[in-house]
Design a protein around this ligand. Structure first.
Ligand SMILES: [Zn+2]
Length: 261
């Protein structure tokens, strides 16, 4: 059988839950056909930690560089320069994780918007793709792109919404990242029709590890890992009535194209 290749476009590998068995997690990922992982970073400090990991195996890892909306309250204007200094590193392949989260509102909405807009500008200036997070903030999220002639790739990661928002995003030119959320028979149910019929040319898959362990898996503990990305691909393959090989190939090639690799 021909080999399958996976690209996990979003894994939070600097998370403390990976501290004790990091090498084991990566070996397992490689055994399970992972060829590339993009480490999602959530703050400037986190980007530095992420780069330490990336530098050990820069053929396998890439990273994002940016400030998550949860930390927007502590985002200072001087951080713009810090992000710019970091994002010229050859392994930084996207700006993010950035966006708006009005679900948990860990940071003030105005600060989230300011922090997001600054990072959109940096992405444009450095021609880097945007790795974006949006929860319960759809309208304001779209507004942040008003009067912007977006000339970089931009993905809405962990997309969990309905068909109309999916196509609205595609119309703007965004890409879509799907996680193990879609494997949840309850929380992911509303997406089944969309997932069966959606065009795949701007869709990619991710684990968002250690979060969002696919619900169908019976494993010890609740930690998700890159090696479980196959569950996301399988779910889409089933719904699209395509082979796992075919959809995986599409996602892998999409991801290379998205990150300009
Ligand atoms: Zn996110």
């Amino acid at each position: 059988m021909e080999e399958i290749s996976y690209f996990d476009i979003g894994a939070n590998l600097t998370h403390e839950s990976f501290q004790n068995d990091f090498n084991e997690v990566i070996n397992e990922a490689k055994k399970n056909n992972l060829k590339k992982i993009c480490i999602t970073s959530t703050s400037i400090e986190d980007t530095k930690t992420s780069l330490d990991i990336v530098e050990k195996d820069s053929d396998f890892f890439i990273t994002t560089c940016g400030v998550h909306p949860h930390y927007a309250d502590s985002f200072k204007n001087t951080d713009i320069k810090k992000i710019k200094d970091l994002c010229i590193h050859p392994s930084v392949k996207a700006i993010g994780e950035t966006g708006l989260d009005f679900n948990r509102n860990f940071s003030d909405k105005k600060n989230q918007i300011r922090c997001f807009k600054s990072q959109i500008e940096i992405a444009q200036e450095f021609s880097l793709p945007l790795f974006m997070h949006q929860r319960d903030a759809h309208e304001d999220f779209i507004k942040c792109f008003k009067n912007i002639d977006l000339n970089v790739n931009a993905v809405v990661h962990c997309f969990t919404e309905n068909e109309s928002k999916f196509y609205e995003y595609l119309d703007i030119g965004f890409w879509i990242g799907l996680t193990g959320w879609i494997c949840d028979p309850v929380r992911g149910k509303h997406m089944d029709d969309l997932l069966s019929t959606m065009p795949l040319d701007r869709v990619m898959i991710e684990t968002d590890s250690p979060y969002l362990l696919p619900k169908n898996l019976k494993v010890k503990g609740r930690r998700n890992e890159p090696k479980f990305i196959e569950e996301v691909a399988k779910r889409i393959a089933d719904l699209q009535k395509k082979s796992l090989k075919e959809v995986s190939q599409i996602f892998y090639e999409n991801s290379l194209r998205f990150f300009n690799l």
